[in-house]
Design a protein around this ligand. Structure first.
Ligand code: MF3
Ligand code: CO
Length: 242
């Protein structure tokens, strides 16, 4: 799990450095697939339920599962990059949302609050708490700041499979669901919308967009539950350069 996670973290960190006006999402895809393989992993998303690429690139009102294409990023866009790796029998899964060039203050707040919501969710991934303590921490932070959390997609257990039980909703009351035990590995992934929480799937069968056309952000880490502080497995272990 640590090795798969470290590849996720390292490749995502490199991709952050590539995000700029004019680059296409397909160029990011090609880089990501090459780096994942060079580091000894396999792209976990490619072929998953027929998904056609190694990463998901979701721009602006795209929430998740955007398919890399010849679309060029423009100044003022935001892009979410979601990346999964399989290595030595185990999976890692992570995502970030980044600005392209200069974004307005409200959009910057959406990104900041979503990442903070992930951090608060992770802080609740502690032995003895329950799954929905994670959910509640995420929802409270997003809604307190005037944003909404997506219901249709949820976080998940992860390990020998990309998606395992339990589901981890990004909303709900605290104190419900399975109790957390040390050794559990969870992919926690808030998707937070600027406007309403509803999403719809585009005709490509994958791309989820907000129904109101407003922007959406997504951050994800794979974490290990311990009796103390949770260990984030998908952090970049060292600075990488392209
Ligand atoms: N990170 C996404 C999720 O956790 C994975 C996308 S699934 C794929 O669950 F089909 F797009 F690969
Ligand atoms: Co995931």
């Amino acid at each position: 799990m640590a090795k798969a996670g470290s590849i996720v973290g390292e490749v995502l960190e490199s991709i952050k450095g590539m995000i700029q006006t004019g680059i296409t999402t397909k160029e990011i895809e090609v880089f990501a697939e090459g780096r994942i393989k060079a580091l000894g992993g396999k792209p976990a998303f490619k072929g998953y339920r027929g998904y056609p690429a190694s990463i998901c690139t979701s721009v602006n009102d795209e929430v998740v599962h955007g398919i890399p294409s010849s679309r060029k990023l423009k100044d003022g866009d935001i892009i979410s990059v979601d990346l999964g790796v399989y290595c030595d029998g185990f999976y890692g899964d992570g995502a970030f949302t980044a600005p392209v060039g200069k974004i307005d203050n409200e959009t910057a707040a959406l990104l900041r609050i979503t990442e903070e919501a992930l951090t608060l969710g992770i802080e609740n991934a502690v032995e003895g708490k329950r799954i929905s303590d994670i959910s509640h921490a995420i929802q409270s932070h997003a809604e307190k700041n005037g944003f909404s959390v997506v219901r249709t997609f949820v976080g998940h257990g992860i390990g020998r499979e990309l998606h395992e039980e339990p589901q981890i909703p990004n909303y709900g009351p605290p104190g419900k669901g399975p109790r957390l035990k040390k050794g559990m590995t969870l992919a926690i992934e808030p998707m937070v919308n600027f406007g309403a929480y509803e999403v719809k799937i585009l005709g490509d069968g994958w791309t989820a967009v907000t129904t109101d056309g407003k922007k959406s952000a997504h951050f994800e880490h794979t974490v290990l539950v311990t009796s103390g502080r949770p260990k984030i497995l998908t952090k970049a272990s060292r600075k990488t350069y392209n």
